[in-house]
Design a protein around this ligand. Sequence first.
Ligand SMILES: C[S@@+](CC[C@H](N)C(=O)[O-])C[C@H]1O[C@@H](n2cnc3c(N)ncnc32)[C@H](O)[C@@H]1O
Length: 307
Amino acid sequence: MGLLNSVRGLKARAISKWKQRNWIPAWTSPEEQAYLVKYAERDYLGRGEIVDLGCLLGATTISLAKGLRHNSVVSAKTGRIHAYDLFRWEDSFSELPGGFSSHYRPGEDFLPDFQSRIVEFADLIKIYPGDLTKVGWCGDAIEFLLVDANKSWDLCEFIGKNFHPHLLTRRSFVFDQDFKHYYTPWVHILNFRIRAFLEAYDELAGTCSFVFKSTAALDPAMVPSAQEMRTISDDELDEVYRFSLSLIPNGSGWERANIMASKVMFYIHLDRAAEAQSAYEAALRAGFTVDSDLKKVARLLTRSETR
Ligand SMILES: C[S@@+](CC[C@H](N)C(=O)[O-])C[C@H]1O[C@@H](n2cnc3c(N)ncnc32)[C@H](O)[C@@H]1O
């Protein structure tokens, strides 16, 4: 048993080193990128397309492309990865790992940089520059939907109504990159409302992401509008967050606390400061660690008090 454990330990350390070495500096972690490589190489069957919403400088796109290049089952690989982004530098990207912000001014077009980064895989990738709510989706089946551009109520409604309905029943996956991030409460509301169409597939422990598998064809009418999400009742919101937490019962302290931070953020987005404060205090009383995104929402709460 002792020998087996030390072999397992050595193997885990070797895998972790491999992930670190192959990491492309970005907001997605070595584990998330390794997951994408492995998925596209071993699990992707080519029955639908791979869609990468919010590809930024290409870390996720390249990870998917590396895997697809080595996929031995799919022969039609040309243009199977569909990469969406505004490709406009934002102030908020200043914290992006890799020191890229010294290269760009806010508003600057970084599409040429994206194109040069993916050049080795250009045959596999179609690029969709611009606001994805204007660009839309052609309607082909989607086998893998990576969502890392779900940054507002409206984007959430659009993605839910225009991308999720093209998932293939029992064949497709949604890689929800904002599942354990404080900023995006709409992600939880959407997933709760369409829970009959998706099942938990992979917790991606230690990362912000969560992977769902499609279980039935989604009627776009089931997707709540941005307004419906904003006006959800407090009781349903409690249910939404009980549901999300139930999906990561063994999640580490910060992962579960980040989900609760997004409940606080729901009220902050809506300028409901008193309710945000009580949701924050309730999270602390319930024992969620402040060593998490709860620290970030606490800072926002202080700011809203002094406004
Ligand atoms: C958190 S970043 C993505 C991080 C990236 N996936 C990584 O691995 O580092 C979110 C991305 O969504 C893009 N985005 C935000 N709103 C968008 C929209 N309306 N249409 C297209 N892309 C959008 C941003 O430009 C940004 O690159």
